[in-house]
Design a protein around this ligand. Sequence first.
Ligand SMILES: [Zn+2]
Length: 580
Amino acid sequence: MAACVCLVLPMPPFLDSFSAFSRAVSGAFGRPWHPFSLLLVMALWLTTLGNLPLWRAMWALTETHGLRTGLGLLGMGVIVFTATTVLLSLLVWPLWRKPLGVVLLMVAAANSYFMTAYGVVIDPSMMANTVQTDVREVRDLLSGSMLLVLMLGVVLPGAWWWRQPVQQWPAMRLLGRQLGLAAVALVLMMVVIWASFQDLASTMRNHKSLRYMVNPFNTVYASGRLLVGQTTQARMSLQPMGEDAAMANAGVPASPPLIVLVVGETVRAANFGLAGYARDTTPQLRQLQNSGELTYFSNVRSCGTNTQVSVPCMFSHLGREAQAKNDIPYENLLDVLQRAGMQVLWLDNQSGCKGVCDRVPNASTLTLKDPKLCPDGECFDEILLRVLPERLAELDKARPAGQPSAGTVVVLHQMGNHGPAYFKRTPADMKLYQPECRTNVLQDCPAQDIVNAYDNAVRYTDHFLGETVRWLKTQKRPTAMLYVSDHGESLGEKGLYLHGMPYMMAPQEQTHVPMALWMSKSLQKQNGWEANCWQKQAENALSHDHYFHSVLSLAQVKTRWQQPELDMFSACKAKPAQRG
Ligand SMILES: [Zn+2]
């Protein structure tokens, strides 16, 4: 052994006994493992410890834990074990046996942690979200318990897996035998599925979330779907939209309007003061509503349950159902507005615009350093208003000389109520509701503390929207602000936290979102709209499907892509205005 001059540390007792254990089970004291045995050990680990949240959820389905429940669990256990064996037999080959095993352990441990901690499930849109995440989001999720899970679920078993010697077999022999193992496991799986079909099918039908909980198949399926979708999109060229777009009433408006679209984050209607929440979390918007300047839309559904789905869907002409099935890459609302001659700007205080702002001027607050608004490297949403005037000036400078402006549409993408670290979303002097949950491990907090932190953030959005309207009032041109949240949030109801449940099984908390409109009198007059002609829509069932078509009306842009039945301002147009 090479001499070591480094620090000689005694081996911690748990590692000592761990290595003794690993020696004991490593193919009968040092003899290399039969490739199948090692594969089956991994399958057993993934089926049992790697799927604890699944077994816990299935156990909780019935109150009587009799023979039938036991047999049901056993049947499901055999199915998961045999399915995992098939998967491993097909995937694990000597060249990448070690790293692939560690990757599978990581997938199982990370999925289990997030499923247990937040009640989320792993589906394609959750996968897309994970792929698109940024440092800020990851930092918000790190915690001591997560590190512990990774230690027990990845580091220790991974180190063991890595060190195991395995018998070297000729390639053809290994190939034949391993495919044979896959075939046997497959047959066994089919037999058990057949035997337990009736119970199993009804359980899966009634509890759809279970099918997204089986590690590592949820991840394999979601990654596959994501990859197929992305390759199909990449193979097709971007479909242009709105080549016919033009300003209504031929030409440039008398006074170019400034329309601010605030894309909210994770605010649910249930905790929005204007929606009738017991706490007055929206005092500033209420004041505007009381003076007849602002309309709250009380019955609005989001397109998705996460940013990755909702934001592109809002700006798309397709609507929720068509968007979910769509593989064709289309341009969006912002491209249409720009084609009509409007100046468009996207300002982002979050993890990006998800492709929506790719062809319009855009800027992120990520690198900004403002001691008051961006302490600890993350900015409060008011930073958007601080940079807005200078960005608008740049936009004006970039406009070709002599070309009149048809108006400006600015999108402000908020950090809003992004969780789980809700407490990070509000400045210290704006924390009205106390005590606040001050950790990202939400289960460690009393339910009320989570709500307090969340409500403080809603109140901060109210403040931000109030500030936006105040600023718009100082602009000497027709102005409007349309706010809508991208999706809602679960705060522990039914054991769920955060968001991202597949839409068909998402609770109302994740899909019922607040929407509010403020419009200056001068814009109403210029559009030729009667006062509050949209008021009738305030209680109607609306959704993100209406966004594309309504913003076109608000901006007075006409194109064949607009569907009047999805325009919440259609009543305004019904009565042609007396133009001044
Ligand atoms: Zn979001």
